[in-house]
Design a binder for this molecule. Structure first.
Ligand code: RRO
Length: 311
């Protein structure tokens, strides 16, 4: 029997596939659809302290090889997601879910984390250090000093399971420097990667999204090679107590298999979920199981991280 079971931060999930933060997770209705699908769990849209409208529309555009977005962190505010998660804990105590958050400043991030710490939430928190789309706010995880400071301050009071969502890095030295920072902290996971920030897509003679004159985060097929490199680079460098979640360019069972070969313990689907809906979890699961069966693998551990190199 082939199984897609996995564990993150000590919680068990029947399926290693789930949504990527930002897709199918803004409202309780969308989250319920993911919860009731074949996905192993869900993550909520990155939350701020108070609700945000986000950037002007059009702010998301599907393109032939993926997507471009500059949503600008629209969300219902932390209380909306926390209230829903606390309700689910009562009705489904055997399942664990992910809560994504980040503040508009380090102070706000600490207010959010303290709110979670002081709440009854017993799931997994993902701190989004890589939103590329708020005008004037750089992606936090490209600044290693700020990242170090936020993590040191956070772990002084936060003792629930915590991971971070990372932007893609593009240089071996940056993989080394980032891993050194992350290895200093009791993180449960890193999630590689958020969209590739500030790309541009042109139709006829015009950009396709309004915010930032068309600059936006790129997802989908464009980003799989970058994603796989980031998953594997951190799998090689991080303490084994810090697991890897792989996100980027997953449309098929084959794509998910590649993430796991690179070291991912959980695989998230973003752009393809947006384009195809929650039925994608069932299809990708069946495809992944079929490849595993063909290769004689029964469980993820049989091939996780076992990427082959050329001699
Ligand atoms: O809301 C967004 O514009 C957004 C966020 Br917070 C993020 O982390 N990644 C992304 O592609 N868009």
């Amino acid at each position: 029997m082939v199984s897609l079971k996995t564990q993150i931060a000590g919680f068990s999930f029947d399926n290693c596939l789930m949504n990527a933060a930002g897709v199918a997770c803004m409202t309780v209705e969308e989250l319920e659809a993911v919860r009731q699908s074949s996905a192993g769990t869900f993550i909520t849209k990155t939350a701020t302290l108070t609700p945000r409208q986000g950037n002007p529309e059009p702010r998301y555009h599907d393109v032939p090889l993926g997507s471009i977005n500059s949503m600008g962190l629209p969300n219902q505010g932390i209380d909306y997601y926390l209230d829903y998660l606390l309700t689910l804990q009562e009705s489904h105590p055997q399942r664990a879910f992910f809560l994504s958050l980040v503040g508009m400043s380090p102070d706000e991030t600490h207010m959010l984390l303290k709110k979670v710490q002081n709440s009854g939430f017993n799931g997994i928190t993902e701190l989004n250090l890589s939103c590329p789309n708020v005008p004037g706010k750089p992606q936090i995880a490209y600044d290693f000093e700020t990242t170090e400071r936020i993590l040191s301050e956070a772990f002084a009071y936060f003792d629930k399971p915590l991971g971070i969502k990372l932007p893609p890095y593009f240089d071996i030295v940056h993989f080394d420097q980032a891993a050194e920072v992350f290895n200093r902290h009791p993180l449960k996971f890193v999630n590689c990667v958020n969209s590739i920030g500030n790309g541009m897509y042109i139709e006829d003679e015009s950009v396709v999204i309004r915010p930032k004159n068309g600059f936006g985060g790129i997802g989908g097929q464009y980003i799989k090679p970058t994603t796989l490199a980031n998953v594997h680079a951190f799998y090689q460098r991080l303490d084994p107590s810090i697991q890897i979640i792989g996100t980027g360019g997953v449309y098929s069972g084959r794509d998910a298999l590649e993430h796991i070969l690179c070291g991912a313990s959980m695989v998230q689907i973003g752009t393809a979920l947006h384009q195809q809906g929650v039925g994608i979890f069932e299809r990708v699961s069946l495809e992944l199981k079929a490849i595993m069966a063909q290769k004689g693998y029964e469980k993820l551990e049989d091939f996780k991280g076992k990427l082959k190199y050329l001699a």
